[in-house]
Design a protein around this ligand. Structure first.
Ligand code: PMP
Length: 301
């Protein structure tokens, strides 16, 4: 990871190397923290943060899910994010707000413990270096709504995707797909999943997934291009027989999938719908599509 100068901590900017955590932090032991992943892009008008208010809303929802009283309003968090991006003087990058219960009571209920809130940013160009990736449906199932709050970005939720990703060590696959408890495809370790078949997009329903902001953007892009989007159950076999497939997520953006369970996907060629969506997404995030300027928070107005 490329470090930057400053990290925002409980209201002030501190040097990167001073942003430390106590070893008895509750969040470290039990995952009782919440976080966000946000990207900002280089545009003609300087850096712009993509869908910042929606990310902050989600962050606040995640806090509520774990009964964490954040001592900052939505507007104050937005201002803090802009402040840390500005301080680090990088044209484009990734922003990571994280708040967690600190040390104090080591029982599982953390509500009496203090809260630490950091916002970091750093340059993060590509998650996958390939143009398209090979994906494996793994044996771990996705966390379920009856076991945890799957709509909150809780730190502890992410051990599921971490274990799933670790299952690929020493294989040729780049990424995992997890099924839901009913055997339908849910999502990647940290990405939503789409297939394309006969010029229609299919994506898992919201019931067992973390329905991301990029997924929502993709659905809007597809609508604008007159490609129908169907939110439905998708079996692994249906995905293997798709014309195209891709992951969507803030970090990976639009990531084309080359193969699923070693089945090379069929019919993309030069008329790839995934490539069209990827290009539209890039035009939107970099301010070149005026219809979506509402989604950009410019650093310098
Ligand atoms: N699913 C999971 C499990 C994730 O962690 C993420 C990343 N936040 C996503 C999907 C994609 O969400 P978004 O498009 O909002 O980044």
């Amino acid at each position: 990871m490329n470090s930057t100068h400053s990290i925002w901590h409980n209201g002030e900017l501190i040097p990167w190397e001073k942003s430390q955590v106590h070893v008895l932090a509750h969040g470290l032991h039990y995952g009782s923290g919440i976080f966000e992943g946000i990207r900002y892009y280089k545009t003609e008008r300087g850096p712009a943060i993509f869908r910042l208010p929606e990310h902050v809303d989600r962050f606040i929802n995640s806090a509520n899910a774990i009964k964490m009283s954040l001592p900052y309003t939505k507007l104050e968090i937005i201002t803090a994010v802009k402040q840390v991006v500005h301080a680090n003087q990088i044209e484009a990058g990734y922003i990571r707000p994280i708040a967690f219960y600190n040390s104090g009571d080591m029982g599982l209920n953390p509500v009496k413990n203090t809260i630490e809130f950091f916002i970091a940013c750093w340059p993060w160009n590509k998650v996958f270096t390939n143009d398209s990736i090979d994906v494996k449906v793994c044996d771990y199932i996705r966390i379920t709504p009856t076991a945890t709050n799957i709509n909150a970005k809780l730190c502890g939720n992410y051990v599921n995707g971490t274990l799933a990703s670790l299952s690929l060590i020493d294989t040729h696959y780049h990424a995992v797909l997890l099924k839901d408890i009913n055997g339908y495809l849910a999502e990647g370790a940290g990405e939503n999943f789409f297939i394309v078949k006969d010029k229609t997009l299919y994506t898992p329903k919201r019931d067992y997934i973390f329905a991301g902001i990029t997924r929502d953007t993709v659905i809007q892009i597809a609508g604008g291009l007159n490609y129908p989007v169907v939110e439905t159950d998708i079996l692994p076999k249906q995905a293997e027989d798709a014309d195209e497939a891709f992951f969507s997520g803030t970090a990976v953006e639009i990531m084309p999938i080359r193969s699923i369970n070693d089945r090379i996907l069929g019919n993309a060629g030069i008329n790839s719908i995934v490539e069209t969506i990827k290009k539209s997404y890039s035009n939107i995030t970099t301010g070149r599509d005026i219809n979506y300027l509402k989604y950009l928070t410019y650093l310098f107005v």
